[in-house]
Write a protein that binds this ligand. Structure first.
Ligand code: PRX
Length: 693
């Protein structure tokens, strides 16, 4: 589809009615019902959340208060003094309520024939054994256990085993490299790390355990490493008295020994998950047991219209919040069947997703715009080979979905009928905050539609402090702010109260860090991050974190990292670097900078371009104006802003000149900017002669 077509779609403001088929049996079956629920949640939030918590969660002891709010400190404690266990809610109660032999987890490995399926009974058995195994390694309630693992069932089993004990799991995406893994383990002070020999990535095997060993030299908190033998990596080094094979340890625990669930306070932490902060250091987002689980179950049920006989597939890696909430805790607390896939959508062929949908008769498919865009590019032949008729709800998350990708998902995958729930949320939120209901909302491609019940989302103006609410001024962009707490809101930022408070500093309410616009029908349009986070292929990265890595290079004087638009990834990374005086640009330096990012953060943070510049655009006080750099990186040369306030306005032309060369693949032309030679004014007659010649 061409750019023209995309623009047409946007200006046409197309909308789609919810499907009639399936509506009558849906959890939320019409606009009026959705509206009434939102109204109820707004008028009496305590009553609303108490009802949802009662319907969805098994509590050992009921709460004293639904919400204890300390607005001055922005501390919100849900279901105070209530007791529950997340593992019990995700497994045990389903066994005694008739789902014992229902598939809880279906795993498709990267290899077609690698399939494992766990019924709720089987999941129970494995989780109990691993809980025993972890206890034998002295893991207790409140201890942190880091999970640096591929997408394998042992990852889910480990999460639920930690929850059973009351230990706090902290998953680390297996694509993170040394620096990213180390800082997360150090921050959490994990006692045990669970990992695997290696991870399969599109036909190759990447080591995990071998990556971990040098990292752990600087992680004194780690007493044990449990290693799953998964990818067949040979000669894995096992450190004596520290490293243990999963199969050796877990096998020691017999199949029929129950591991009693710890009785957890609703406000005991369930897990810790790091996300990109506004500094070089990732923020450890801490989620509660009671509020988080309630919110995960509540949103899973309503936004996906999850029913008992559905096969549900969230394609996100468990290393991200989406994997936690909608791959594990949401669907399993509802007793659903959740599917987990180890591989990537395009290997060995770009039909992998559609094959899986047909193979397991998937009903609900929740994925990311990047995936949709890359599969769309491969052509319609791939999905057309498969029977996708079991699908009934499609979902999107992680970044704005462009109308072109939305249309393709709806028409080609959804046969022109299926609703797409475009869910907006973030790690700090625990679950979706703005999303349609599949059978109740009229959809506009590219809009996440309306705030969910109990989510008081508004758009606020750009005032320095206490910005005013501009929600009602249609199409006025601003900061997306949530004014009331909701049960999924993080408990805090691990060991960083200042960071936690920073979310509330500007508006006195939770500032999502995103920009949004509300149209004349009340639909929310997410405009992307307004802080220094970048969203590459749905992965949230901090520019400050990348800049910190670049600045460590001995030749670098200054670095500025900004986003640039990218057709598939949504956003990509563009880097500007000023080298130290007297240092000449070389390809080796560029390579060293790329390698440093790959090593310290991971391949996902790899820059698209690195441009060497002589000067950065700076204010008189010496502050780099990234806004202007972002415009240039996005080819917007004619709307840079007021350059007269810059200390050296001429740097903008230099940088534009360099940028043009860099994107044309001529970085050598960009390293130094030469003033274009001014042609001397020639006498008119001479000039005419030259022209004729
Ligand atoms: O900018 C928003 C974008 O992803 C950010 C949150 O990233 P993370 O904490 O990693 O969680 C991702 C999965 C929930 C948000 O601040 N984002 C997420 N969903 C959407 C989105 N942007 C637009 N539309 C969405 N549906």
């Amino acid at each position: 589809m061409t750019q023209e077509r995309i623009t047409t779609l946007l200006t046409e403001n197309r909308s789609y009615l919810p499907p009639e088929h399936g509506k009558s049996s849906a959890w939320i079956s019409g606009t009026e019902e959705a509206r009434a629920i939102c109204q109820r949640a707004l008028e009496d939030p305590d009553d609303f959340w108490a009802a949802r918590a009662t319907q969805l969660i098994h509590w050992y002891k009921r709460w004293d208060k639904v919400l204890e709010a300390d607005d001055a400190k922005h501390k919100y404690r849900w279901f105070t003094n209530a007791k529950l266990n997340a593992s019990y809610n995700c497994i045990d109660r389903h066994i005694i309520s008739g789902r014992r032999n229902k598939a809880a987890l279906i795993w498709q490995g990267e290899k077609e024939m690698d399939v494992r399926c766990f019924t709720y009974q089987m999941l129970y058995t494995e989780v109990c054994r691993v809980a025993h195994a972890l206890t034998s390694l002295h893991v207790k309630k409140g201890d942190r256990v880091a999970l640096y693992m591929p997408m394998i069932p042992e990852l889910v089993i480990s999460m639920l085993a930690c929850a059973r004990i009351g230990a706090i799991h902290t998953a680390i995406f297996s694509g993170y490299a040394e620096g990213g893994v180390r800082s997360r383990i150090q921050d959490s002070k994990a006692k045990v790390v669970i990992t695997a020999d290696g991870v399969r990535r599109a036909g190759s095997i990447k080591p995990l355990k071998a990556n971990l060993d040098p990292i752990l030299e600087k992680c004194p908190s780690v007493a044990y490493v449990l290693v799953v033998q998964h990818a067949g990596v040979e000669n894995v080094t096992m450190v004596k008295n520290r490293d243990i094979w999963w199969h050796d340890l877990v096998e020691d625990f017999t199949l029929d020994v129950d591991f009693p669930c710890a009785s957890m306070d609703a406000n005991d932490p369930l897990f810790l998950l790091h996300t990109s902060g506004s500094t070089g250091k990732p923020a450890g987002i801490l989620h509660s047991t009671g509020g988080y689980l309630t919110y995960a179950a509540h949103t899973s049920q309503w936004i996906f219209d999850m029913r008992d006989d559905d096969v549900y597939w969230c394609t996100a890696d468990m290393g991200w919040i989406t994997g936690h909430t909608y791959g594990v805790y949401g669907p399993l607390s509802l007793g659903a069947t959740t599917l987990m896939f180890e591989g990537v959508p395009t290997y060995p062929k770009p039909d992998r997703y559609w094959r899986i949908v047909e193979k397991f008769r998937v009903n609900i498919l929740y994925t990311a715009p990047t995936v949709i865009r890359s599969l769309m590019r491969m052509g319609d032949d791939w999905p057309e080979r498969y029977d996708l008729r079991t699908l009934r709800v499609l979902g999107s998350v992680g970044e704005p979905i462009n109308p072109e990708a939305w249309e393709w998902f709806h028409n080609v995958i959804g046969a022109g009928e299926l609703p797409i729930v475009d869910t907006w949320w973030q790690t700090e939120a625990g679950g979706a905050m703005i999303s349609p209901f599949p059978y109740a909302s009229k959809l506009k491609p590219g809009s996440a539609s309306f705030p969910l019940p109990g989510i008081d989302a508004v758009v606020m103006g750009d005032a320095k402090k206490d910005g005013e609410d501009v929600s009602h001024e249609n199409t006025k962009a601003g900061h997306l702010v949530i004014r009331k707490p909701w049960p999924g809101l993080m408990l805090g930022v691990y060991n960083d109260e200042e960071k936690y408070q920073s979310y509330f500093k500007r508006f006195g309410y939770f500032d999502s860090g995103d920009g949004a616009e509300i149209d004349e029908d009340g639909y929310f349009w997410i405009l992307g991050r307004m802080d220094d986070n970048i969203n590459v292929s749905g992965h949230r990265l901090s520019t400050a974190e990348i800049e910190a890595v670049l600045s460590k290079n001995q030749y670098v004087s200054e670095a500025a990292v900004v986003s640039m638009p990218h057709e598939i990834k949504g956003e990509a990374i563009y880097v500007y670097v000023v080298l130290k005086d007297g240092v000449e640009w070389t390809d080796d330096i560029r390579k060293a900078l790329k390698d440093a990012i790959r090593k310290n953060i991971g391949a996902l943070a790899s820059p698209e371009y690195i441009q060497f510049v002589d000067n950065m655009p700076k204010t008189q006080s010496g502050k780099i104006i990234r806004r202007m750099l972002r415009k240039i990186a996005g080819n917007v040369y004619d709307d840079i802003g007021d350059t007269t306030t810059l200390a050296k306005p001429e740097v903008i032309d230099e940088i534009i000149h360099g940028h043009k060369n860099v994107i044309e693949g001529k970085p050598e032309m960009a390293k130094r900017y030469d003033e274009p030679e001014q042609e001397e004014a020639k006498p008119e007659a001479e000039a005419k002669e030259e022209k004729k010649a």
